[in-house]
Design a protein around this ligand. Structure first.
Ligand code: SF4
Ligand code: SF4
Length: 322
């Protein structure tokens, strides 16, 4: 019997999600045994034309990682949507915009101005900027168009399921693949990870006080961390209480607070808003001045509370002045 065909593709991505697939280690042998990988630009020499030549729906599952920053990524996402029965937004960037989505805190013109004119490494350049179309004697050259803002995958195509994480762990990747192969998938639109906060699977949860209150918020480099005690109870801004579990608290095990890469729980629409409100609720003061001072100690609030989710947030990014 023919094996189900699987595709992997990357859009605006750091490559970490591709590494996550390689991190399956010997687990990948099980995958390769069960499926036929028909497209994976980072590892195999298939071309876009190979995908174009396939029948619609011929690919069983397409795993797409990375956000959508340019026209080529959108075109590839649309092509894979047409050719695949199931599309998975794989990793925080495809799911919520991720780290590339932080670019929505500025705008296209500011980015191009800095990169091609003002940055120290381009000093002395001739001011050339990439052009989407260029006529040469042989014909017209085309480059992908750099969009005004970064989009999540589901802002350009219909997505069936989401695998969270930056990057997703090998364990939840394998669980997702196994669920697909066994045909045991939840309702369309589900995030393929549990719906419990990270704290429930963190080894330090038993040291988190019932009523947690903080008087200031610190970053890991500012204190000597007690590795046996809940980080948030030490005033270190850990987003475990509002972040979906599934990673087994890998960062906390490594002495770093959770930064929220698995995204929100099922009923939460805006991760950053939820995180902000959760942290505000544990500040041990009713005095506005004290509360303001506590939050002023967070140097980059957008990058802290919305690190992975600016495009997916209710704000979606910087608003143009009216
Ligand atoms: S989710 Fe994280 S690891 Fe994956 S592409 Fe985005 S930044 Fe890289
Ligand atoms: S707040 Fe952070 S350190 Fe504390 S229990 Fe939750 S995940 Fe663990």
């Amino acid at each position: 019997m023919a094996k189900p065909k699987v595709a992997f593709y990357w859009c605006a991505s750091c490559g970490g999600c591709e590494e996550a697939v390689v991190d399956l280690a010997e687990g990948i042998l099980k995958v390769v045994e069960a499926v036929d990988i028909v497209f994976w630009p980072v590892a195999l020499d298939f071309k876009r034309s190979d995908v174009e030549a396939m029948a619609d729906g011929e690919i069983a599952v397409a795993f797409i990682n990375g956000a959508i920053r340019n026209s080529e990524q959108e075109a590839m996402a649309k092509l894979l949507r047409k050719k695949a029965g199931i599309v998975i937004a794989y990793g925080a960037c495809a799911y919520e915009g991720g780290i590339p989505g932080l670019a929505n805190l500025t705008d296209k013109e500011t980015i191009l101005q800095y990169v091609y004119h003002d940055s120290p490494s381009t000093a002395g350049g001739n001011g050339t900027r990439p052009q989407p179309h260029l006529k040469v004697p042989e014909g017209e050259l085309e480059l992908p168009e750099f969009y005004e803002s970064v989009k999540t995958l589901d802002q350009v195509i219909d997505v069936d399921y989401y695998v969270p994480g930056c990057p997703p762990t090998a364990k939840i990747t394998l669980q997702a693949i196994e669920a697909i192969l066994a045909g045991k998938l939840p309702e369309k639109g589900a995030v393929l990870a549990g719906d419990r906060a990270l704290c429930y699977e963190c080894d330090l949860n038993s040291t988190k006080p019932e009523k947690l209150l903080v008087t200031d918020l610190k970053r890991p480099h500012q204190v000597l961390i007690d590795r046996e005690k809940c980080l948030l109870a030490q005033g270190i801004l850990c987003l475990g209480p509002v972040t979906r579990g599934g990673c087994e608290a890998l960062c906390v095990k490594g002495g770093m607070p959770c930064s929220g890469c698995f995204g929100p729980l099922d009923r939460v629409r805006d991760f950053g808003g939820k995180a902000l409100s959760a942290v505000a609720s544990i500040v041990d003061s009713g005095d506005e001045k004290v509360i303001t001072k506590v939050f002023e100690s967070v140097p980059d609030p957008a990058g802290t509370f919305y690190r992975y989710s600016v495009p997916a947030s209710l704000l979606t990014g910087k608003r143009k002045a009216a």
